[in-house]
Design a protein around this ligand. Structure first.
Ligand SMILES: Nc1ncnc2c1ncn2[C@@H]1O[C@H](COP(=O)(O)OP(=O)(O)OP(=O)(O)O)[C@@H](O)[C@H]1O
Ligand SMILES: [Mg+2]
Length: 235
């Protein structure tokens, strides 16, 4: 479904990605792991058209999408839950959610369009008219995920969705993500907590200094000495 090959991306004059390759098949849940500054968010941003690709290819359903506009790629069925959530804090929860349906090749939708999001995260229905900035970190993350779902993506990119989220809500959000995946949505998850990531995804890629250095399923990664040393502090 998603095929990234030899991706290179520059931030200004600095090269952030040198050689990132990964594949995500329809219906899969795949992780993208790596240290701070490895290039995880840059990879996600390049897929969704926020950053120019200097080299390499990105295809979605066989269609080249590198350097396509974000609106175009969203319309094709890709959505991003960005790092740090990026909500509009002064706007209401409902308004933030509705923003996700704009630019997705769909007409602005009425309130009923929000029902599936409220079914997934009932607390958001209670808080629909509250300013998003008044919600807890976990509830704001629910809004960010709900907003991404409004474009009805087939591939959901999640960039560190559990930062600043209380543990109890992490479990609730993980349950919701599992239900979204069961509905047929493919997922690529960036997550700092390797154990948590490997509980949710079937396999993962590791990037280091802008390069894909390792790929494997849970058992293979946990059995890799270098991986354990770097990410699990077993040195
Ligand atoms: N907008 C930007 N302008 C300039 N440099 C950037 C920009 N965004 C990221 N970088 C640099 O590009 C490299 C990759 O950053 P990126 O944010 O993709 O890493 P990351 O793996 O998501 O890290 P983190 O775990 O901290 O979120 C880093 O060296 C970072 O400093
Ligand atoms: Mg990041």
């Amino acid at each position: 479904m998603l095929d990234v090959r030899g991706l290179a991306v520059d931030h200004g004059r600095l090269r952030a990605l040198w050689d990132v390759s990964l594949e995500v098949g329809a219906g899969e849940r795949v992780g993208l792991l790596g240290a701070n500054g490895a290039g995880k968010s840059t990879t996600m941003g390049a897929i969704i058209g926020l950053y120019r690709c200097a080299e390499g290819t990105i295809t979605f359903d066989g269609v080249p999408i590198a350097n396509a506009s974000t609106a175009r790629t969203v319309a094709r069925g890709v959505a991003l839950v960005p790092e740090g959530r990026r909500l509009f804090p002064a706007m209401t929860v409902a308004e933030n959610l509705l923003l996700g349906s704009y630019g997705a090749g769909r007409d602005a939708q009425g309130g009923a369009a929000l029902d599936p999001v409220y079914a997934l995260f009932p607390v958001l229905a209670d808080k629909a008219r509250q300013a998003a900035g008044e919600l807890s970190g976990g509830q704001q993350q629910m809004v960010a995920i709900g907003r991404a779902l409004m474009s009805r993506p087939r591939l959901l990119l999640l960039d560190e969705p559990f930062i600043g989220v209380a543990p109890r809500l992490v479990d609730e959000i993980l349950d919701a993500l599992a239900r979204i995946a069961d509905d047929g949505v493919t997922m690529l998850l960036v997550e700092q907590n390797v154990h948590r990531a490997l509980e949710f995804v079937a396999r993962a890629y590791v990037i280091e200094n802008g390069r894909t250095v390792l790929e494997g399923n849970r058992a293979a990664l946990l059995g890799d000495e270098g991986f354990s040393r770097k990410f699990l502090g077993l040195e």
